[in-house]
Ligand binder design. Structure first.
Ligand SMILES: NC(=O)c1ccc[n+]([C@@H]2O[C@H](COP(=O)([O-])OP(=O)(O)OC[C@H]3O[C@@H](n4cnc5c(N)ncnc54)[C@H](O)[C@@H]3O)[C@@H](O)[C@H]2O)c1
Length: 356
């Protein structure tokens, strides 16, 4: 039987989402080549992750390196490029903005230049963008008019004024919410979208940019202190500790389970658009971090979470999205509730900790 997919290049494909995706797609591809530098912040041991599908060919290399990319392109003419490689620390990106920009922005242009050098245009480029491009998103006043609040300043957060005044946050919707990032990470993800849309548009090829909400689940790094609030809360509760809640505990996020994200990306890969397609990927269900913490604490019979009033510059107050109509039309629907996803994650974390 011939493979369903031609050769696929997955940058950053040895990470959380890349490993999950490999389990679903790698065996169906003519080749599934992963270019990943096994970043020490994500991979405490620089070894091939056990969760990467056996059919995946792992090339250790950096998306910012011309030589590494040229070596990959000499070996594969990808029909599809899935661009996952990124620096992903939201708060960290304000302190290490060059590092984030180099990998996320220049790393993207480097991939494109390497394709140009070998004279190859993939038939579909898939980017995992982020809800971080929206910043504080769109809000609605009581009279129905909408506004886009700017970022919450350090002084505002220090005085405990957590919420924007005069309205309520609306769920993100790629067709209508104007992007306005409030941290460097979000700005680099928006830059990736713009760069890829210019390049794919001028090469008459297809681009899908998926704006992911907060992804969680088995496979997420347990040691990266900059990402993965669900894993972090789970480990605290597992140790019988009370989970600390930033601000007043009422920050909202859309926590979307890894399998639902993988199936959204697989759906996009199987159904390339004519030109550019922007999609939101979330559960469609906003939760406060208090609700998340209480769900996890109850699972472990840990003490109740407590509000600390701490905050992080660059965090947004509310983020969630509508279920994307384009993905839904293609048959995609999130399958896991937060309670189900949290339960599955606890079992996986226990296995990982006992294997250490
Ligand atoms: N996990 C989330 O909640 C979330 C939300 C929105 C968007 N995203 C996006 O999804 C993508 C994948 O995220 P993830 O959660 O799997 O992150 P991850 O950190 O688990 O995986 C990223 C992978 O990229 C690799 N990498 C980092 N820098 C690299 C470089 N210079 N060259 C080559 N490889 C490099 C890392 O080693 C890692 O394996 C990223 O683009 C991220 O911005 C993730």
């Amino acid at each position: 039987m011939s493979p369903r997919l031609g050769p696929v290049l997955v940058t950053g494909g040895a990470g959380f989402i890349g490993c999950g995706l490999s389990q679903v797609l790698a065996a169906d591809a003519e080749r599934w080549v992963v270019l990943d530098n096994l970043h020490p912040q994500v991979h405490p041991v620089a070894e091939r992750p056990a969760a990467l599908h056996a059919a995946a060919e792992l090339v250790r290399g950096d998306v910012t390196s011309t030589a590494d990319l040229d070596a990959v392109m000499a070996d594969i003419r990808p029909e599809v490029v899935i661009h996952l490689a990124a620096e992903t620390g939201t708060a960290q990106s304000l302190d290490e903005s060059t590092r984030h920009s180099l990998v996320n922005v220049v790393g993207t242009t480097q991939v494109l230049d390497a394709l140009t050098r070998v004279g190859h245009v993939p038939s579909h480029v898939v980017l995992t963008s982020s809800r971080a491009v929206y910043g504080e998103g769109q809000w609605q006043r009581p009279d129905g008019t909408v506004f886009h609040p700017g970022l919450r300043t350090h002084a505002q957060l220090e005085s405990g004024r957590w919420d924007h005044e005069g309205g309520t946050a609306q769920p993100h919707h790629a067709a209508t919410t104007v992007p306005a990032p409030v941290n460097v990470y979000g700005a680099t993800k928006l830059a990736q979208e713009h760069i890829l849309s210019a390049w794919t548009g001028s090469r008459d090829t297809a681009l899908t940019a998926l704006r992911l909400q907060n992804v969680y689940g088995p496979g997420q790094s347990l040691t990266n202190p900059y990402t993965g609030i669900v894993s972090l809360f789970s480990q605290l509760a597992m140790r019988g500790q009370s989970i600390p809640l930033y601000e007043d505990g009422d920050i909202t996020r859309d926590f979307v389970y890894i399998d639902d994200v993988v199936s959204a990306i697989a759906t996009a890969v199987a159904n390339p658009p004519q030109q550019m397609r922007l999609v939101d990927v979330g559960s469609g269900q906003p939760s406060t971090i208090r609700q998340l913490a209480e769900t996890i604490a109850a699972f472990h019979s840990a003490p109740a979470p407590h509000v600390t009033g701490q905050f992080r510059d660059g965090d947004v107050r509310h983020a969630s999205c509508v279920l994307d109509e384009q993905l839904v039309a293609l048959g995609w629907k999130p399958q896991s509730s937060l309670a189900e996803g949290v339960a599955a994650l606890q079992g996986w974390i226990r296995e990982q900790l006992s294997a250490r």
